[in-house]
Design a protein around this ligand. Structure first.
Ligand code: PMV
Length: 339
């Protein structure tokens, strides 16, 4: 039966699909796994999808291909290619498909610099590959599948403001939408201070969590923090949410800095921007920062204050580029194929 369906789809030539997915910024961050293989996180997390950091991915399964072909931003980097192929295997297993695939992905922003390209990348790949394989998965199933490719990718499937439930099993660890993208007019302005790629990936860095004596302290408080973050989101309390986001980022980096070997993702420009944010805030403009595994900072601000902040930032010569993000919908299909 499955073989017949596969044949029908081949004849119709529709084993191809394209998806666009946003990256996301975590307000409460994911760091450390309780199951390495399934990528079950030690703790839940909360994030916002980002409108202007996206990956577009086209996947086509074909009986004519002898092996998988993967190209990301025009490059075939082996470690990334292997990770994509492992994800295609997961999709093939569910769809009971044997065909190889052609995958072409394009990012709207630099990869490997801490802007969570694996989140948008694996969310787009999950949606495009599952659709191309003839599956019609719901958001929860897509989130579960995306998580296995890259943890934070599960948060790029649902819309807007998102919670990832840590879960104890494959089926209970997924992300869902707390609020849609038009819930709140806040922005994430990404400040790029360098295009250098980081030396240690998030996946590798996370393996060191237990070597930091602060990690246990972090975990003992994290559920309270998640509850508080959700309350502040519900109340749209920007000041307290901003303070919480900033303190959370610094706590995460305290764990990274005290791991063995230590993980130092910041560059001088990162610290300069963090201090600038505090200065601007002391002058009365409410802006807060957060940082992931990389040198670029994310500035969280209410939309109404955008222009005043941009004016300040334009005078800072270490800034290479600014990317202004609104809260975004999650992964979606498009008919604009990349090949
Ligand atoms: O999903 P990964 O392996 O890229 O890890 C993401 C880690 C952080 O960006 C630092 C935190 C987060 O929750 O996004």
């Amino acid at each position: 039966m499955l073989k017949i369906m596969q044949k029908e789809r081949e004849l119709k030539n529709d084993m191809k699909a394209t998806a666009i997915a946003p990256s996301n910024i975590a307000f409460i961050k994911y760091w450390g796994k309780k199951d390495e293989k399934l990528r079950l996180p030690e703790n839940g997390s909360i994030s916002m999808n980002l409108s202007d950091l996206t990956t577009t991915t086209t996947v086509e399964f074909s009986p004519n291909l002898k092996k998988d072909y993967v190209e990301i931003n025009g490059i075939k980097e082996q470690t990334e290619v292997n990770r994509v192929i492992r994800h295609l295997e997961r999709v093939r297993k569910i769809a009971k498909l044997t065909h190889k695939a052609k995958v072409v992905a394009k990012n709207s922003f630099p990869i490997g610099t801490g802007l969570s390209s694996s989140a948008s990348g694996f969310a787009a790949l999950t949606l495009a590959a599952s659709k191309a394989a003839g599956l019609d998965l719901g958001k929860k199933e897509l989130s579960i599948l995306a998580r296995q490719g890259s943890g934070s990718a599960c948060r790029s499937i649902p819309d807007g403001f998102v919670e990832w439930l840590d879960g104890d099993t494959n089926d209970t660890s997924y992300a869902y939408s707390l609020y849609p993208s038009d819930y709140w007019d806040i922005l994430d302005i990404v400040v790029i201070v360098s295009k250098d790629k980081k030396d240690v990936s998030s996946s590798e860095g996370q393996k060191l969590v237990l070597t930091s004596q602060f990690y246990k302290v972090r975990l003992s408080n994290i559920n309270k923090k998640i509850t508080r973050c959700k309350k502040l989101l519900r109340e749209k309390n920007f000041s307290e949410l901003g303070e919480l986001i900033e303190a959370e980022a610094l706590e995460l980096h305290a764990v990274m800095l005290t791991s063995t070997p230590s993980l130092i993702y910041w560059l001088p420009g990162t610290i300069q921007i963090m201090n600038l944010v505090k200065k601007i805030r002391s002058e009365g403009l409410e802006v807060y920062f957060t940082v992931n595994t990389g040198q670029d900072t994310h500035l969280i601000i209410e939309e109404k204050n955008k222009e005043i902040l941009l004016e300040r930032l334009r005078k800072i010569n270490i800034i290479k580029k600014l990317i202004i993000n609104k809260p975004s919908v999650g992964a979606r299909l498009t008919s604009n194929h990349l090949f």
